[in-house]
Design a protein around this ligand. Structure first.
Ligand code: HEC
Length: 119
């Protein structure tokens, strides 16, 4: 578990370094609950708080496209996360990270599919 978190921090540090060299676009996004996140690469994911965390954890094994094409309720996403851990070998997430990812997925990748990839 600590390994996953360390990896994320290393990635953030790397992004910060690259940004200092002015080669990496980095933006800070805020949602209507006032939560913020620094975004540097989320692929096709909708750039809102939780996107970077989701991208960093979930693209270790597969494209984020597999996520963006899904539309699920919070319960549905919860089950997918359990499935990733139990059957696919994903490491357990810290509770606060898990909540952030679940909030993100349930909001922007709900059954209404507001951010279904366009191509
Ligand atoms: C340790 C590897 C691993 C990680 C990390 C991982 N997944 Fe997966 N995931 C898989 C594999 C393997 C499949 C393909 C399963 C299959 O189709 O049989 C998959 C498939 C999926 C699918 C497609 C399910 C379907 O109906 O076809 C979704 C959605 C998904 N993952 C979401 C996520 C999310 C969200 C995260 C991050 C929280 C995540 N995955 C992280 C290994 C992983």
């Amino acid at each position: 578990m600590t390994k996953t978190r360390a990896t994320r921090h290393a990635a953030l540090a790397l992004a910060a370094l690259l940004t200092a060299g002015a080669v990496w676009a980095e933006i800070t996004v805020t949602d209507d609950q006032g939560r913020t996140e620094v975004i540097y690469d989320v692929g096709v994911l909708h750039p809102m708080p939780g996107a970077q965390l989701t991208y960093d954890f979930c693209t270790a094994c597969h494209s984020e496209m597999i996520i963006a094409q899904q539309g699920q309720t919070r319960e549905g996403w919860d089950e997918i996360l359990v499935w990733m851990v139990d059957e696919m070998g994903m490491g357990e997430l810290y509770e606060e990270d898990r909540e952030m990812i679940l909030d993100y997925l349930a909001t922007y990748y709900s059954p209404d599919r507001p951010h279904f990839p366009q191509n």
